[in-house]
Design a protein around this ligand. Structure first.
Ligand code: TYM
Length: 347
């Protein structure tokens, strides 16, 4: 069975973009067809100004939402990144393989560094090295496929480059992963700024639909979406980004096709109304299940404990093998080293 890994970072409340671009596919496809791991990648939330209590709250909420959208712990592994030391252990080794130039070329680094400076803050070193930690998340598990939205493609490409380079220099250690992206809704845009991604850490709240928004809040946000001064409903991503975004959201929620749907509507108002209702219907069961899970925090904790145990056992042999391959002496008391070699050789 192929190995799949993906994650969400608890820097804000999860959005419709996270759901349509990534999570929905994890539930519908990946957990059934692969040996899949899904992680709340909390270490990544420390790369920008953060409030410790908020990160803890959002991590718990993200884990609960992963289960609420339908990930089944009997079918896949759900865990919190910081509970498995292997991510940070491997990240350092990969920093010794990736280059400074590669990090500085990352689009998200450039955008976020500008934003942090504009807020008067300093740019954390971890924001620069973030893609290496992400590569470690992926490579530690022998991951073949990484189901992500379009915005993460460059980071997965870096993980590929680093894996290939490590294997060439130090001997075959890592599986070379590839990104998979949904045909539809790979990039859901902000409803108020339809040329920017709907990102959970952004400031433009009214343009972001959160998974836990009440139905009336969703309706209000969608009805107020920025379109343009035209009247006819045409699917044109470059020329009419606001309308195209609504058509794509509607298509993703109803299983339709944005081009075909554009022919059905004669006004923006009707398109917005149907899009709002479609989103409300998609979110309804998620919110219901979230409420049930919140009433049973012991269950969520148990899932995360088992998930971390499983993830650790999967990652350790590969990370141990990387430590040896790169030239580090096994610790004399470390019985893991031998075990790792055997498991890794068998892969
Ligand atoms: P994050 O937390 O920003 O987003 C989680 C997933 O949601 C997708 N996504 C979107 N898809 C479509 N439209 C949008 N507006 C939208 N916003 C977010 C993202 O592409 C992603 O798939 N660096 C990652 C987290 C990460 C990770 C990993 C992912 C860390 N390590 C290893 C995969 C494998 C991130 O910030 O995702």
């Amino acid at each position: 069975m192929k190995r799949v890994f993906s994650g969400v970072k608890p820097t804000g409340h999860l959005t419709l973009g996270n759901y349509l671009g990534a999570m929905r596919r994890w539930v519908a496809v990946d957990q059934h067809q692969a040996d899949a791991l899904f992680s709340v990648v909390d270490l990544h939330a420390l790369t920008v100004e953060h409030d410790p209590a908020r990160v803890r709250r959002l991590s718990r909420q993200a884990a609960t939402l992963l289960l609420a959208v339908g990930l089944d712990p009997e079918r896949c592994t759900v865990f919190v990144q910081s509970h498995v030391d292997e991510h940070a252990r491997l990240s350092y080794l990969l920093e010794c393989v990736a280059t400074d130039g590669e990090m500085r070329r990352m689009i998200q680094y450039k955008e976020k560094a500008v934003r942090e400076r504009a807020r008067g803050g300093s740019v954390r070193l971890s924001l620069l090295t973030y893609p290496v930690l992400m590569a470690a998340d992926i490579l530690a598990y022998g991951t073949e496929e990484v189901p992500v939205g379009e915005d993460q493609a460059q980071h997965v490409e870096l993980a590929r480059d680093v894996a290939v380079r490590f294997n060439q220099r130090y001997g075959h250690t890592f599986v070379v992963p590839r990104a998979t992206s949904p045909g539809m809704a790979a990039r859901v845009m902000n409803l108020q700024e339809p040329t920017s991604k709907m990102g959970k850490s952004d400031d433009v709240g009214p343009g972001i639909v959160y998974l836990l928004d009440e139905p009336d809040v969703v309706r209000k946000k969608v009805m107020r979406a920025v379109t343009d001064s035209g009247r006819d409903v045409v699917y044109d991503r470059a020329g009419r980004p606001g309308v195209a975004n609504l058509l794509e959201i509607l298509a993703a929620c109803t299983g339709g096709n944005p081009e075909a749907l554009s022919g059905v509507y004669e006004s923006y108002g009707a398109l917005k109304k149907d899009t709002a209702e479609a989103v409300v219907e998609v979110l309804r069961p998620v919110q219901q299940r979230h409420k049930e899970l919140c009433a049973d925090p012991g269950y969520v904790e148990g899932v995360l404990r088992d998930g971390a145990d499983r993830a650790r056992a999967m990652a350790r042999p590969t990370v141990d093998a990387a430590y040896r391959a790169i030239g580090l002496l096994p610790a004399p008391s470390d019985t893991r080293a031998g075990a790792g070699a055997v498991v890794n050789a068998a892969r």
